[in-house]
Design a protein around this ligand. Structure first.
Ligand code: GUN
Length: 292
C-alpha cells in the first residue's frame, strides 16, 4: 500500500504556480485576482474560504472576500455576481456552496461569466469539459486527476467506480475518467443512493472514488485487493476528545481499507489539498486568458 501524499504533491505545485505568477507579473504587470463570495456563517464553508484566501496570499494572488448575511436575496446576490463579471481587474469568481435554501444555486452558477467560472460549475464549462474542449474543470475532480498523474497510476482500460453523483464531484469525475486522454480511458460506473448491489459494484473497481459525503461509508468488504482508492469525502464528525469538538472523516473507513489497496488518499492530507491547487491553477489560467 502506498499513501498518496496530497500535501507533498500540493507543495510541489504551489512552488510551480507561485513561479508562474511572478513571471506573469514581470511580463504583463498583472496579478491574478480571485473573488470569493460567502453567504452566511456555515463553519465548514468559512474554513474552506479561509484556506482559499490564504492560498492566494501564499502564491502571490490578489483575493477579495465578499460576505453576505444569510438573509441576502437571490436578486442582490446575482447583482453582485454581474458587477464582478464586469470588473476587468477580477479574474476568477467563486460562490461558496451550499447556499441558503431560498437561493437557487443553478441561477447563481449560470450568472457567473463562464470565463470567470474558476470552479468550473457553469453549464458551458461542464459541457465543454464533456466534449474535451478547453474549459475550467471543477477543482476536486481535477485534483484527483493530478494525483493519479503525479503517482503515474495506470488508468487505461481500468474499471473506475465513482460513488456519488454530485454535480461538483461525482458527475465531472465520471466524465473525466472516461475521456480518451491520460488520466482517463477508464470504463466508468457511477453509483448513487438508488444503486442496487453497491458493495458488489465497488468490489469490481480498479479505481474507487468515494464522493458521496457519508463518513466512513466505504468499508473493507467493498474494496478489491490492490485497488486505488481516492477519498473525496470531508465530513465533520462530533469528537469530544478534540479541542474543536469534531474530527474530519472521509467517505472511506481508512484503517480497514488501506491495507487492501495499492494506493490510497488519507483524509485530511489527500484530495482536499489538491482542490485548492486546482482552483489556483484555474485562476491563473483566467488571468492569462488561456481558456477563453
Ligand atoms: N462547496 C464544497 N466544495 C466547493 C467548491 O469546490 N466550490 C464551491 N464554490 N463551493 C464548494
Amino acid at each position: 500500500m502506498q499513501l498518496i501524499d496530497g500535501k507533498a504533491v500540493a507543495s510541489h505545485f504551489k512552488a510551480q504556480i507561485a513561479e508562474e505568477v511572478q513571471q506573469l507579473k514581470a511580463q504583463s504587470g498583472k496579478t491574478p485576482h480571485l473573488v470569493a463570495i460567502l453567504v452566511g456563517t456555515n463553519g465548514a464553508s468559512e474554513t474552506y474560504v479561509a484556506h482559499k484566501v490564504k492560498a492566494c496570499a501564499e502564491l502571490g494572488f490578489e483575493s477579495t472576500l465578499v460576505r453576505f448575511d444569510e438573509t441576502v436575496t437571490e436578486a442582490e446576490l446575482l447583482d453582485k455576481v454581474r458587477e464582478i463579471n464586469e470588473n476587468p481587474d477580477m479574474d476568477g469568481l467563486i460562490v461558496q456552496l451550499p447556499l441558503p435554501a431560498h437561493i437557487n444555486p443553478d441561477a447563481v452558477m449560470e450568472t457567473i461569466h463562464p470565463a470567470k467560472d474558476v470552479d468550473g460549475f457553469h453549464p458551458i464549462n461542464i459541457g465543454r469539459m464533456a466534449k474535451g474542449l478547453p474549459a475550467y474543470i471543477s477543482a476536486t475532480p481535477q485534483g484527483c486527476l493530478m494525483l493519479l498523474e503525479h503517482y503515474g497510476i495506470e488508468t487505461a482500460g481500468k474499471h473506475c467506480v465513482v460513488v456519488g453523483r454530485s454535480q461538483i464531484v461525482g458527475l465531472p469525475m465520471s466524465i473525466l475518467m472516461q475521456r480518451n486522454t491520460y488520466p482517463g480511458n477508464c470504463t466508468v460506473t457511477i453509483t448513487h443512493s438508488k444503486t442496487k448491489n453497491l458493495a458488489e459494484i465497488c468490489r469490481q473497481a480498479d479505481i474507487l472514488v468515494g464522493a458521496l459525503g457519508r463518513p466512513e461509508f466505504i468499508t473493507a468488504d467493498m474494496v478489491k485487493e490492490g485497488a486505488v482508492v481516492l477519498d473525496v469525502g470531508l465530513e465533520r464528525v462530533p469528537d469530544a476528545s478534540k479541542k474543536s469538538g469534531f474530527s474530519l472523516k472521509g467517505d472511506v473507513k481508512f484503517d480497514e481499507v488501506a491495507p487492501k489497496t495499492s494506493f490510497i488518499t488519507p483524509v485530511p492530507g489527500g484530495v482536499g489539498q489538491m482542490t485548492i491547487i486546482s482552483l489556483m491553477q484555474n485562476t491563473l489560467l483566467a488571468a492569462k486568458g488561456s481558456i477563453y
